[in-house]
Design a protein around this ligand. Structure first.
Ligand SMILES: NC(=O)c1ccc[n+]([C@@H]2O[C@H](COP(=O)([O-])OP(=O)(O)OC[C@H]3O[C@@H](n4cnc5c(N)ncnc54)[C@H](OP(=O)(O)O)[C@@H]3O)[C@@H](O)[C@H]2O)c1
Length: 426
């Protein structure tokens, strides 16, 4: 007979979208989860306003955070509250006290990566974070365990469902960015303040978490280049559609032998690539390992049950005493980050210009002076007004060459507004 296992105490901070899903699953699937991991007891749920009525939550379980953290019955702390400063303190206290921590909080992981890394090292801490990246897609487990024998060459993700939803609507329904954003807010896919999502910050948090895992070195969001989707127009999405591409907000980690590229930006992706076919609010992560080759994971990146599914998987991992993250060989020195200016790709440039003689020549000259070779040029036939879109695509060039050309053109009187600059990946 197997030895009788000790019942572990699980405490949850947060009873919002994710926390409620976690509590529901721990209650409703108890039998199966205990068979998979071992016995557990939900000892408390902490919220900001303990007095407020909570649907589906036994009021006797509601605790203050401090009391929950101080409870000797607490073995596994589940942090699904959000924010950075307060959760960092909770996680620090829990790790220092030898508790296991499960978090869905990518902002915490990416903003305080260095301190968390040190805490885990010092205290042999156990920190699980499957739900922090791509919601229900178990990509952390893939990188940490499934592909551990590989040298990871590339991680490329659609990691923000809000942006993917907006870009899908802009392409399919020919909406402007503002119209598509309002639609996303109406459908509950975008926050009232969408800055972190549409500006690329949320995807940068998630890429930092994945890159830290691949490298075995703490990576913070500040080390990830980011450009959001706000400047894109319906014209850009249409141009892409008509030329065999889609525009996606990609989070790209390219791991060279001696350096790493970490960048989040709108990207033209050929329609033939599977990742370009991931639409609406869905997420996807493409991974390339030197042994396993290319793989693509696609699924729901947010929402109560997909996210809670990943949190509960971590709780079961903790019940099973699975080792914490970082199975990958560790670096003994900080990785070299490739500055964005040195990154080489093809480029798409959309300039709105006054339709007058010599404009095309001036743009072509600015590109040629920096050694940038043009692959195509497009200007639609117009029979009204004097402003036209002018599109150039280029052969591979360093980012700094292209931004240099755009800076040189910025003061030209024929230019209307800011050019749209989208990198192209093959
Ligand atoms: N929503 C998703 O689909 C999703 C997906 C992946 C990851 N995540 C991550 O999961 C975490 C939670 O997200 P969510 O959408 O569930 O948030 P949410 O709906 O806003 O819920 C947050 C919960 O945490 C509680 N809380 C906040 N600050 C607190 C504090 N200082 N002390 C005690 N309780 C506090 C809130 O209490 P009150 O109820 O009293 O306000 C609320 O119950 C975030 O880190 C988020 O990035 C979310």
């Amino acid at each position: 007979m197997l030895p009788r296992m000790r019942t572990r105490g699980v405490g949850v901070i947060g009873y919002g979208v994710v926390g409620r899903g976690v509590v529901d699953i721990l209650r409703d699937r108890r039998g199966a989860l205990e068979r998979a991991g071992g016995p557990y007891e939900l000892i408390g749920v902490a919220v900001r306003q303990p007095g407020a009525a909570r649907e589906g939550l036994d009021p006797s379980l509601v605790r203050e955070v401090d009391r929950l953290l101080a409870d000797p019955a607490l073995d596994i702390l589940v942090e699904v509250a959000g924010g950075v400063e307060a959760p960092f303190e909770w996680v620090r206290r829990a790790l220092q006290a030898g508790k296991t921590v499960v978090t869905a909080n990518k902002a915490l992981l990416a903003e305080r990566a260095v301190e968390l890394h040190a805490l885990v090292e010092q205290h042999g801490g156990r920190l699980f974070c499957e739900a922090a990246v791509a919601g229900g897609i178990p990509i952390i487990g893939v990188l940490d365990r499934g592909l551990v024998a590989n040298r990871i060459l590339l991680v490329e993700g659609i990691l923000n469902g809000t942006c993917n939803y907006i870009l899908t609507k802009m392409e399919r329904e020919r909406l402007s960015f503002d119209q598509a954003l309002r639609l996303a807010q109406g459908e509950g896919f975008a926050e009232a303040d969408p800055t972190l999502d549409v500006g690329g910050g949320d995807a940068a948090h998630k890429l930092a978490v994945l890159a830290g895992l691949v490298l075995g070195w703490p990576i913070t969001a500040a080390q990830v280049y980011r450009q959001g989707i706000e400047a894109l127009t319906a014209f850009d999405l249409q141009w892409a559609e008509q030329n065999g591409f889609r525009i996606k907000l990609l989070a790209i980690g390219r791991f060279h032998p001696d350096a790493v590229e970490l960048r989040v930006h709108p990207t033209l992706v050929p329609k033939t690539r599977l990742i370009s076919q991931v639409m609406d609010e869905f997420n996807a992560v493409a991974v390339e390992g030197d042994l396993a080759g290319s793989q693509l994971y696609q699924g729901r990146g947010a929402g109560r049950l997909p996210t809670a599914s990943a949190v509960v998987a971590d709780i079961v991992g903790a019940l099973r005493d699975e080792p914490p993250l970082r199975a990958r060989p560790r670096l003994d020195h900080p990785p070299r980050l490739v500055p964005m200016g040195e990154v080489i790709s093809r480029h798409y440039l959309h300039l709105e210009v006054i339709d007058q003689p010599g404009v095309v020549a001036k743009v072509a000259t600015a590109l040629a002076q920096r050694g940038i070779s043009i692959t195509s040029m497009y200007q639609p036939e117009i029979d009204h007004g004097s402003q036209v879109p002018l599109v150039f695509t280029t052969h591979p060039a360093k980012d700094a060459q292209v931004t240099g050309a755009l800076e040189a053109l910025a003061s030209e009187p024929f230019l209307v507004g800011h050019p749209v600059h989208v990198r192209m990946e093959s």
